[in-house]
Every structure is written in structure tokens, then in C-alpha cells.
Ligand binder design. Structure first.
Ligand code: ZN
Length: 255
């Protein structure tokens, strides 16, 4: 019986994927996509802009926050990185998960944190259906392939709908995501790296960390491809306090 259910489930997923692909193909035929960085027609992100993206040097910055062993991003949310993240997140350019995850891999090689599991910031079910994929989960899965660290998206879920953080003030951002996440008891004792595409004030990641900690997670780290252009984000080379490695003496009572 279980086999039948699994087979049907897998068949349904294949059918669903094919339907999404057909819908994407039809939409591209009627409304040809344009490159998210240069506007070239017939690409969501064209090869020359991809090359430009790959040349952007790492500029790891950190946000000081007691909720995390470390919270960092690979560079500012501007220029080709910003346009790549936007195309990846909103315009269906799923293939950008690979070069964007490469940036995360490079940052992790510099910082070398002790991690047991990679956990994407989850989307609410309705948003996932609307978008067709969770961009953070795609990043996580590519990161897992390249680092050998297991991606565990089921450790965390979003339990209510929230507004888009980018459109809100700092105070409203905190309210918007308060208690919006719940973690699985399976996270007990694990060191976790939360993965997201963009971090602004860190409110979303902080709420995710709170949910994970409530279920007994060990050290919690956070990483994003890009960060908002705020002075709260401190470039690594200017950061005397965290000069050498990720902190392992996290204050678990923080946040
Ligand atoms: Zn382009």
C-alpha cells in the first residue's frame, strides 16, 4: 500500500513538474523573457551577464547579532548580484542557483563554520505554489552538493503567511515575521546553517533561529547571497572582533 502511495506521489510530482515546464514554455513563447541585468531578449539572465556575475569578488560582511554564531552575506545587494538575485527569485531564473550557491561555498571556505545541517528559510505553502519553487531551498540543495553537508528543509516550516519584507519598515519587518516559523524536534543538538537569498535587518533569519533554538538546536549560523546596503553590515576586513573564525561561544540566551 505504501509503495502505491509513493509511486502515485512520485508520478504526481513528475506530472506537476511537466505542467510547470509546459506553462513556462508557453509563457516564454507569448512573452519572451528579457535578461534581468542587461535586458537582452530570450534570456532570463544572459551568458555575458552570467560571466559578469562570476567575476564579482567576494565581499563577506557580517551582522553582529547574538542570535547567531555568525550571520554573514557574500556582498552588497547591488549591481549584477542584485539583478541576479531578483531574476532568480521573481523571474524564474532557477539556473542561477548554481552560480549564487558558488558564492556561498566560497564564503563558507573562508569562514569554515562547524555545521551539521543546511536549512533554507521556508516559504509559506501558498507562496511556494505561486512561485513554483523556494529559491532558498534551491540554494541549499546546490550548497549541499558542493559541500557534502546535508540539506534538511523539513527541519523548519513557515506556519503563517507574511508580507514581503522588502516593502516594510524595520519595525514592521519584525512584527511581520514574529512567530511565523516552527521547527522540527529532529533539530535537537544539531549545528545549523540557515540559508537565504537576501538579508536586510536579519529579522526573518532571527525568527527562524528562534524557532530552531526552541527545539534544541545547537549553534545557529546564517548566510545570505547579498545584504542590504546598511552600515549594520560590517565588511570582514574592517571587523576586528571577528577577525579569524566564526564564533563558537554563541550566547544562546540572546535574541
Ligand atoms: Zn544580460
Amino acid at each position: 500500500m505504501l509503495t502505491d502511495v509513493t509511486t502515485n506521489d512520485s508520478h504526481f510530482r513528475r506530472l506537476e513538474l511537466r505542467t510547470v515546464q509546459t506553462a513556462d514554455w508557453l509563457q516564454d513563447l507569448i512573452f519572451p523573457p528579457t535578461c534581468g541585468h542587461c535586458g537582452r531578449v530570450d534570456f532570463r539572465f544572459c551568458p555575458s551577464c552570467l560571466y559578469e556575475l562570476e567575476q564579482v569578488p567576494m565581499a563577506v560582511s557580517r551582522l553582529r547579532d547574538q542570535a547567531f554564531g555568525e550571520l554573514c552575506a557574500t556582498g552588497g545587494h547591488c549591481g549584477v548580484v542584485q539583478n541576479a538575485v531578483q531574476a532568480f527569485k521573481y523571474d524564474g531564473a532557477r539556473e542561477l542557483a548554481i552560480p549564487l550557491a558558488d558564492r556561498l561555498v566560497e564564503a563558507l571556505q573562508i569562514l569554515n563554520p562547524p555545521i551539521d545541517a543546511l536549512v533554507p528559510v521556508p516559504l509559506f505553502a501558498d507562496r511556494l505554489t505561486e512561485r513554483g519553487y523556494n529559491q532558498s531551498e534551491l540554494l541549499c540543495r546546490n550548497l549541499a552538493l558542493k559541500t557534502g553537508i546535508e540539506a534538511r528543509p523539513t527541519l523548519l516550516k513557515r506556519i503563517r503567511e507574511t508580507s514581503q519584507q522588502a516593502l516594510l519598515s524595520e519595525v514592521d519587518r519584525r512584527k511581520n515575521v514574529r512567530d511565523a516559523f516552527a521547527a522540527s524536534a529532529d533539530v535537537m543538538g544539531l549545528s545549523v546553517l540557515l540559508v537565504d537569498d537576501v538579508a536586510t535587518s536579519g529579522s526573518t533569519l532571527r525568527e527562524c533561529a528562534k524557532a530552531l533554538r526552541n527545539q534544541g538546536a545547537g549553534l545557529i549560523y546564517g548566510i545570505a547571497v547579498s545584504h542590504s546596503l546598511s552600515s549594520d553590515w560590517i565588511p570582514q576586513e574592517e571587523d576586528d572582533e571577528y577577525q579569524h573564525s566564526w564564533r563558537r561561544d554563541q550566547n544562546l540566551g540572546g535574541a
